[in-house]
Design a protein around this ligand. Structure first.
Ligand code: AMP
Length: 125
């Protein structure tokens, strides 16, 4: 079910629970700023989520309220994860859903990395 992409942050959301180690994840990469792990219901042969470790609800919240260091750290980490996945050559898509009309289901900011096949048109008709 889609959620609002606005504050307040819900500390019981599934990604907060993964960050606290209460739920498992299939980890790809981790540093001071981010955790990256495989999506539990992949929509492409490679489908990885990159999330900040700090509690931001959505891209809207992150872009407005994160520090310069957090924004830089997150952006660089997304590129690093793509290199780890070896998808730079063939290419990949990034997506971040925000709020109800954006189709956001988990209210912790995340970027999807999709890869592993030709991904077709940007959005369904
Ligand atoms: P969004 O619609 O952008 O909020 O996407 C949320 C994504 O989180 C979906 O692609 C889900 O399949 C994924 N997801 C939900 N729970 C988990 C989990 N426990 N581990 C990994 N991915 C998850």
């Amino acid at each position: 079910m889609a959620v609002k992409g606005s504050v307040p942050y819900d500390p019981q959301n599934v990604f907060a629970r993964i960050l606290r180690g209460e739920l498992p994840c299939n980890k790809v990469y981790e540093n001071d700023y981010v955790l990256a792990f495989h999506d539990i219901a992949p929509k492409a042969p490679i489908h990885v989520l990159v999330i900040p470790k700090a509690p931001y609800v959505s891209f809207a919240d992150f872009s407005q309220n994160a520090s310069e260091a957090e924004i830089t750290g997150f952006t660089r980490a997304v590129g690093q994860v793509a290199r780890i996945l070896q998808v730079d050559g063939p290419g990949y898509s990034l997506l971040s859903n925000v709020g109800e009309e954006g189709g956001q289901e988990v209210p912790h900011f995340h970027v999807h990395i999709f890869a592993g096949r030709a991904l077709g048109p940007m959005l369904p008709e």
